[in-house]
Write a protein that binds this ligand. Structure first.
Ligand SMILES: [Fe+2]
Length: 289
């Protein structure tokens, strides 16, 4: 895992697919630094703090959680113990309170999966990242839970925090650095994985895309993409998703939707495009239940 400088004030770490370690970020002002997400365990959060120090950045004073999922929050407590204040949305705070009562051994994970409180995807990733029991996982509670959007002046650079419900999680928080034209997206662009089958809905995705397009950023960082997306690549993604959603309409079957997509594209949709369309059809099925 390495930390990369993206712009004058913004840095990001590599994600690691195995164990589901997400991208973490740093936004460094003149006197203090803000971190984005804490990683999938105490070692990751502390690593980020060490990197900031190694680069000679101002002390990390804040860490912002993009949402409540385990891989983004489990480094939080170690960072707090190192003197960093943890910020998140009210929705994230509520979910962290839920997580604070959980145990993280194999039997407890299996029970939560059976009850529908956890998904096999996360169960597997936790077991890959922490093969041995007992696991030193201890979810943090925030120092500050946001009531709405918040601007933080880091001296020389601003961070804007936007609560934004999305398919992936209702407690999503976007971290925007307007001077550097960078947005840390967390997992907001990804599918709803907690209601099976995995899907998108137009009702949640379109407002998110509107907000993100309105930011007119040069860089968008989805937390499990290998590389940041350029503004251009993000717009392309956004237009693709809108096309799939419009082709899907309210249909719960593929046939007519596929025909509409064929018309829009003027050719036969490829396999990936059919999968893209299917995510919205599945969303319609889930909504109708
Ligand atoms: Fe997530």
């Amino acid at each position: 895992m390495e930390l990369h400088r993206l712009t004058q004030h913004c840095y990001y770490s590599d994600p690691i697919q195995e164990g589901d370690q997400p991208v973490m970020g740093l936004i460094a002002g003149a006197c203090e630094t803000l971190a984005v997400d804490t990683g999938n365990g105490p070692g990751r959060g502390l690593w980020l703090l060490q990197q900031a120090e190694k680069l000679g950045l101002p002390p990390v004073r804040w860490v912002v959680l993009t949402h409540w999922h385990w891989d983004h929050i489990m480094g939080g407590r170690a960072m707090q113990e190192a003197g960093v204040s943890l910020l998140c949305t009210q929705g994230t705070r509520r979910q962290l309170e839920v997580l604070s009562e959980y145990k993280w051994d194999n039997a407890s994970l299996a029970q939560r999966v059976a009850e529908g409180l956890e998904i096999p995807f996360c169960q597997e990733a936790i077991q890959v990242e922490y093969p041995n029991e007992p696991r030193s996982l201890d979810p943090p509670l925030p120092d500050i839970a946001l009531e709405g959007p918040l601007s933080i002046d880091l001296e020389g650079v601003t961070v804007r925090l936007f609560p934004q419900p999305c398919d992936h999680s209702m407690d999503g928080l976007l971290v925007h650095c307007p001077e550097d034209k960078v947005v840390f997206l967390g997992d907001s662009l990804y599918l709803n994985m907690y209601q099976s089958p995995w899907h998108y809905t137009q009702e949640k995705l379109f407002p998110l895309l509107d907000t993100l397009e309105g930011m007119k950023a040069d860089w968008y960082l989805p937390a499990h993409h290998d590389k940041p997306m350029t503004g251009e690549a993000f717009l392309e993604f956004s237009q693709e998703q809108r096309r799939y959603s419009q082709a899907a309409g309210r249909d719960v079957t593929m046939k007519a939707a596929l025909e509409r997509l064929r018309e829009k594209l003027g050719r036969e949709p490829g396999e990936e495009e059919q999968e893209g369309l299917r995510a919205f059809i599945l969303g319609n099925i889930v909504k109708g239940r």
